[in-house]
Design a binder for this molecule. Structure first.
Ligand code: NAI
Length: 462
């Protein structure tokens, strides 16, 4: 048995960041993690491995689509799937070992095993019970199940299985046009699979700015992804190594089905809080296993905090990290805070899609007077040079004060470009503040400045 100031349960981006920051602030901290490696879903079977596969297949797409246009003739790489998988695993291993190194460097103790909380101030890991002044639940989430769909992680897979298929399927049905569905759908489409996305709603990427999503949908269709929209999946049936997905169209209730080698179920995730013993401790729970916390991330049980996918808000690694930092500050007697108005979201397809703040739909619903500054990448020399000029940057600003309210980007490097707008929003900047900032030429970021200019007297190159 050991005693700690803080025990964090879960070593994903929320938990490990929280633990390292607690240690930086002088607290004695232990982290309970039952996987063989640190980093949680994100590093092991989520953000990081998917980015490796997105990277290699992006290059493959470039070879096929653009090399000859650039005068690079005769390239015709074949795909060695096991080598691509090994590359993906190397990327994962490098990152998970990196966290282990950071734990040692910061004197964070890894308590190996699965944890539960038998009583306030105590955490059980295997047969051992440790003491903690404070406990932080950072247990993340797992794929939500879908009625009538049985996942076997071979033919019918979640994102975890989709990252490690035995072979590249000839056909794939993706259930759900959310972030996971579109990222992994892109990977397999670029690898030559015929990908059909079946989505319940009438538009892809729920919650993202409508204008942006419309353009994105067109681009993905041009890349070869097929979409069945307004279709509720009823179930799947596996026979002879293939799966048949049955769906019902919302518009007329008619039923249809598609058969494919692989079915990816990407219809959302749910908090992973079972087995911790929370209810018995008086922790107030919300539907679907979500934990209720106050403004300081404290649950209804004193000394027990929760962050990340286990509590309300977008299920994003960086949102969990920020909450982890904030809780560490609070536990060290400082003022931890997360600005939920400025949490970017990125889809790592080609082109990337990134957004922060409010969408036009939200502003309309609020009845807020706003203006739109939109600049197409067609007017950006750098984007044209890399054949990625189809998208745009759109900045939404308050009509009266010019304060930036949101930004939506579809185009090259969107996931990095969004951050200058995030910083601007953190400082309460106006669109004019951005427009008056010198941007190097030629860069993609000039498109952000041009969109800011378009909120005022007008963009130069449009
Ligand atoms: P999601 O919530 O983003 O999308 C799920 C989609 O499935 C929705 O469009 C929904 O309408 C549809 N759907 C639900 N039931 C259906 C049915 N019966 N038939 C047809 N369609 C149905 O969920 P997703 O993509 O699984 O991602 C889970 C979480 O992981 C999200 O919170 C996401 O933000 C996060 N994530 C973030 C990434 C990033 O930031 N790049 C990458 C991967 C995941």
């Amino acid at each position: 048995m050991a005693s700690f100031d803080v025990i964090v349960i879960g070593a994903g981006p929320g938990g490990y960041v929280c633990a390292i920051h607690c240690a930086q602030l002088g607290l004695k901290v232990g982290v309970v993690e039952g996987r063989d490696t640190l980093g949680g879903t994100c590093l092991n079977v989520g953000c990081i491995p998917s980015k490796a596969l997105l990277n290699s297949t992006h290059h493959l797409h470039e070879v096929h689509e653009n090399f000859e246009k650039m005068g690079l003739m005769g390239a015709n790489p074949t795909v060695d799937w096991s080598k691509m998988q090994a590359y993906k695993q190397d990327v994962v291993d490098g990152n998970t070992k990196g966290i282990e190194f950071l734990f040692k460097k910061n004197k964070v103790t890894w308590l190996k095993g699965w944890g539960s909380i038998p009583e306030a101030g105590k955490v059980k890991v295997g047969d051992e019970i440790h003491e903690a002044k404070n406990i932080v639940i950072a247990t993340g989430s797992v794929p939500a199940s879908l009625k009538g769909v049985e996942v076997d992680e071979k033919t019918v897979v979640t994102s975890t299985g989709a990252l490690a298929l035995e072979k590249i399927p000839e056909s794939m049905v993706v259930i759900g046009a959310g972030v996971i569905g579109l990222e992994m759908g892109s990977v397999y489409s670029r690898l030559g699979a015929k990908v059909t996305v079946v989505e319940y709603l009438d538009k892809i990427l729920p919650g993202i700015d409508g204008d942006t999503v419309k353009t994105f949908h067109k681009i993905l269709s041009k890349q070869g992804l097929e979409f069945v929209m307004g279709a509720a999946v009823q179930g799947t049936e596996v026979k002879d190594g293939k799966a048949t997905v049955t769906y019902k169209l919302n518009k007329d209730g008619s039923e249809a089905s598609i058969t494919a080698d692989t079915v990816l179920v990407a219809t959302g995730r749910k908090p992973y809080t079972e087995g911790l013993g929370l209810e018995a401790l008086g922790v107030e729970m919300l539907p679907r296993g979500m934990v209720k916390v106050d403004d300081h991330f404290q649950t209804a049980a004193k000394g027990i905090y929760a962050i990340g996918d286990a509590i309300p808000g977008p299920m994003l690694a960086h949102k969990a990290e920020d909450e982890g930092m904030a809780v560490a500050e609070i536990l060290a007697g400082k003022h931890g805070h997360v600005n939920y108005g400025v949490i970017p979201g990125v889809v790592y397809t080609t082109p990337e899609v990134a957004s922060v703040g409010q969408t036009e739909e939200m502003l309309k619903e609020e009845g807020r007077a706003y203006k739109v500054g939109k600049f197409p990448f067609m007017g950006n020399a750098r984007a044209k040079a890399v054949f990625q000029a189809e998208g745009f940057v759109k900045i939404l600003a308050d009509k009266e004060t010019d304060r930036i309210l949101g930004c939506h980007i579809i185009g090259p490097g969107a996931g990095d470009l969004i951050h200058e707008v995030c910083v601007a929003m953190e400082f309460g900047a106006s669109a004019q503040d951005l427009a008056l900032t010198c941007h190097a030429h030629p860069t993609y970021s000039e498109a952000v400045r041009e969109a800011a200019l378009a909120c005022g007297d007008g963009a130069i190159h449009a």
